[in-house]
Every structure is written in structure tokens, then in C-alpha cells.
Write a protein that binds this ligand. Sequence first.
Ligand SMILES: NC(=O)c1ccc[n+]([C@@H]2O[C@H](COP(=O)([O-])OP(=O)(O)OC[C@H]3O[C@@H](n4cnc5c(N)ncnc54)[C@H](OP(=O)(O)O)[C@@H]3O)[C@@H](O)[C@H]2O)c1
Length: 264
Amino acid sequence: MDLRLKDDVVLVTGASKGIGLAVVDAFAREGAHVVAGSRSTTAELEGLTDAYGVTAVTVDLSTAEGPNRLVRHAVERYGRLNVLINSLGAATPRPGFLDVDDAEWQRIFDLTLFSAVRASRAALPHLLGAGRGVIVNIGSINARLPHPRVVDYSAAKAALNSVTKSLSEEFAPRGIRVNAIAPGPVRTPFWTAPGGFAEAAAAEAGITAQEAMDVVVPQSMGISTGRVTEPHEVADLALFLASPLAGNITGAEFTIDGGQVKTL
Ligand SMILES: NC(=O)c1ccc[n+]([C@@H]2O[C@H](COP(=O)([O-])OP(=O)(O)OC[C@H]3O[C@@H](n4cnc5c(N)ncnc54)[C@H](OP(=O)(O)O)[C@@H]3O)[C@@H](O)[C@H]2O)c1
């Protein structure tokens, strides 16, 4: 299937690992010009630079100026922008609400909500200038299924859904589509990095982090398919939403969670 993304200029935040990296890979394979923003680079991202000419930009997107700088970089390099994928987001496992102070609330909101708000604000004039444009926000099922261990993250993702809907309403008449993807657990460093959620689940169950990802997480979270999502599966959904094939889809949230959320 031709997704008609060839030569589109695509900006991806949080792009050196996990879902962001898979999104960069997927768009690059479609022949898009991809600009990838993260604080550091990885061997995998460098491989995509070598293979497909992906532009990797080192930038802290949790700052007020970071998203502006990333958008400027893309526009200076290619003279236009067609697609923005806001993949950056972060959570820290918490004992509970009383353990999250103001600074931590602010940090999680800067990473998970304000990075997307700022990137969208900087990108929209260029998307509008191109005559059509797409924003895909990587949200989370925690927006609608808040969890006390990630109380701040859940709230930030709920706010991101709200912004997704507002932007879709305001800019649809001018050719811009804005949608959200809500993943359940995805096999990325978010879970698998040292100190991440897989280690925490493994410690509680007295097993390895790998066993936690493969067995305990799907079982304990009620994932109907019996497995977590792979990053490339989220990237494939982002590709479709960015494609003209999804030309009348806007203001929508797409869950990809193996059936974990039991309501429609
Ligand atoms: N994995 C899941 O189970 C899951 C489930 C639901 C939703 N999500 C959402 O999916 C999105 C991607 O998650 P993921 O699992 O792929 O995350 P991840 O594996 O933790 O990767 C995060 C990416 O963001 C970059 N990053 C972190 N802080 C940054 C900063 N200040 N400035 C710029 N880049 C920064 C990281 O690279 P550097 O460290 O090099 O900066 C990395 O490339 C997030 O919005 C997350 O909330 C994930």
C-alpha cells in the first residue's frame, strides 16, 4: 500500500529510543525526510541517519526553547514541515500521590504535555504554510485509566488528549488534522531501562524484568492478547494517521493496548 508520505518532512520528538525511534524508522522507510529530536543519540538512530539521511538533532525538549529550536532546525534544513509526531513523554513509578512534590509535577508536565504544546505552537505556522499538515500525539491509556503510581503522568496525558481535541477543532478548516494514539504497555526503555517499570514489577513478583514483560505485565494488566505492544506497531498506526489515506480522520484517539481497556 502506498501511504503517500514520500518526500514529506516529518518531525519526531523523543526520537532516539522506543516508540519515537520506531516512528523515525517507519517514516524514513516510506521515503519521508525525517528530523529526529532527543537529548542524546543512539547507535540505532545513527544507523537511520546513515541508511536514510535522517537528521538527528540533540535538544532538551523539556525546556521552553527546546521545541522551538527543533522546529527551526527542520524548517531551515527543508524549508517546510508536513508532519509532527509528538512522542516525547515520561513517567516515574511513584509510591503514591503524597510522594509527588511540585517540582516533580512540573518535570512530568514539561516532558509529557508542554513539550507537545510548544512543538505544536512552533510547528503549526509551517504546517499551515504547507497547505496541509498532520499532528499525531502519542498519548497513553492512562489518560482515561489514571493510575495512582503515575498520578502526574496520567493527568498530563489527559490534558494532552484535551489539547489534541482543541487543536483538531481549531485547525481542521485550514487543512490540519490532529489525532492521538493511546498505547498500553509497549516494549521500550520506558519499561525495560534499569529502574524502569519492568524492574519494579519484577522485584514485586521475584522474577526477571524480561519475565515481567512477557508474562506478569500482560497477565496482571488484563491484556487480552496476552502480550505487550511492540514499538513498530505504534509506529505503523502513526504512519496511517499521517497518511492522506486517513484524510478525514481528525480529533480522534486510537487505543493500541491488546484489549487491556475493557470499555469502548
Ligand atoms: N512504553 C510504553 O509502555 C508507553 C505506553 C503508553 C504511552 N507511552 C508514551 O509513548 C511515548 C514514547 O514512550 P517510549 O516508551 O518510547 O519512551 P522511552 O523509551 O523512555 O524513550 C523516550 C525518548 O524520549 C527522549 N527524551 C527523554 N527526555 C527528553 C528530553 N528532555 N528532551 C528530548 N528528548 C527526550 C529519549 O532520548 P534521550 O534520553 O536521548 O533524550 C528517548 O528517545 C511517550 O509519550 C510515552 O508516554 C509509552
